[in-house]
Design a binder for this molecule. Structure first.
Ligand code: NAP
Length: 251
């Protein structure tokens, strides 16, 4: 039920961090994974690492905010490698600033990279999925999709939008046997959150707020990603799984 053999999975922003760990997890479950990132050398290094471990991996570099580059990349991939069965919309960034001082550029960049990207890549991927009458889309949301913090209004708005985009994908594409769902990670240790974990006061606050009493690891998200990419979730649509050590349900 959880076997991904014979499936091809694109994970955006998978040169490092959560994306790379999810790509490895899907590959271990049997998928041929396609690594994406901005730079060719980052993609090549990640693909090499996966292949060295005996996993099936390909790579395509493109900017997830650039519609033309997305289409050119996925066209080439589907022609040379295989049609896409699974898309994980993972690429994301932070640009922190108090809301009253946040620049319009930082607002737009975060909305483009975390939300519009899922629309653009999802739309292109769904074109093939609709034609083949099957597909899995997993959007990497965030605990902040429901619970904002000061200085990340752009990020919270983007992730909240991503939840509603997941539901919109569901209402439009579920009849084509495409299951679109989300994963909302809590605090996971990566480069993105390093400034928080290295700030003693902030780190103590975070640990005190997580019922599980620890930071998450990217590996903590693999189970949900494999589940939502596999036949085990064939009648699960428009759902968001919170992987947060219980933070969302505690006061
Ligand atoms: P990360 O370590 O910063 O990795 C993000 C990856 O996305 C990097 O490889 C980055 O490439 C790539 N990327 C950024 N902009 C891109 C673009 N325009 N086109 C293609 N690739 C791009 O972050 P992470 O912690 O793994 O986060 C991954 C996802 O999980 C994000 O959507 C994030 O919002 C979400 N998330 C993370 C946490 C957490 O605690 N870490 C919590 C909730 C949600 P470069 O290396 O070139 O920058």
């Amino acid at each position: 039920m959880f076997d991904l053999s014979g499936k091809t999975a694109l994970v955006t922003g998978s040169g490092r961090g959560i994306g790379l760990v999810l790509a490895r997890g899907l590959a271990k479950a049997g998928a041929r994974v396609v690594v994406n990132d901005l730079e060719n050398d980052v993609v090549d290094a990640a693909v090499e690492g996966l292949r060295r471990d005996g996993l099936r991996a390909e790579g395509i570099a493109f900017d997830v905010t650039d519609r033309e580059a997305i289409h050119a990349g996925i066209d080439r991939l589907e022609q040379d490698v295989s049609p896409l069965d699974i898309l994980i919309n993972n690429a994301g960034i932070h640009r922190r600033a108090p809301l009253a001082e946040m620049s319009a550029d930082d607002w737009r960049l975060v909305i483009d990279t975390n939300l519009t990207s899922a629309f653009l890549v999802g739309q292109r991927a769904a074109r093939t999925m609709i034609a083949r009458n099957r597909g899995k889309i997993v959007n990497i949301c965030s605990l902040n999709c429901e619970l904002p913090r000061p200085s990340i209004a752009n990020y919270s708005a983007a992730k909240g939008g991503l939840v509603l985009l997941t539901r919109s994908m569901t209402v439009e594409w579920a009849s084509h046997n495409i299951q679109a769902n989300g994963i909302a990670p809590g605090y996971i240790l990566t480069e993105m959150t390093r400034p928080l974990s290295e700030d003693r006061e902030r780190n103590a606050w975070i640990l005190g707020r997580i019922p599980a009493g620890r930071w998450g690891k990217p590996e903590d998200l693999i189970g949900a990603a494999v589940f939502l990419s596999s036949a085990a979730s064939d009648f699960i649509n428009g759902h968001v799984i919170f992987a947060d050590g219980g933070m969302r349900v505690s006061l």
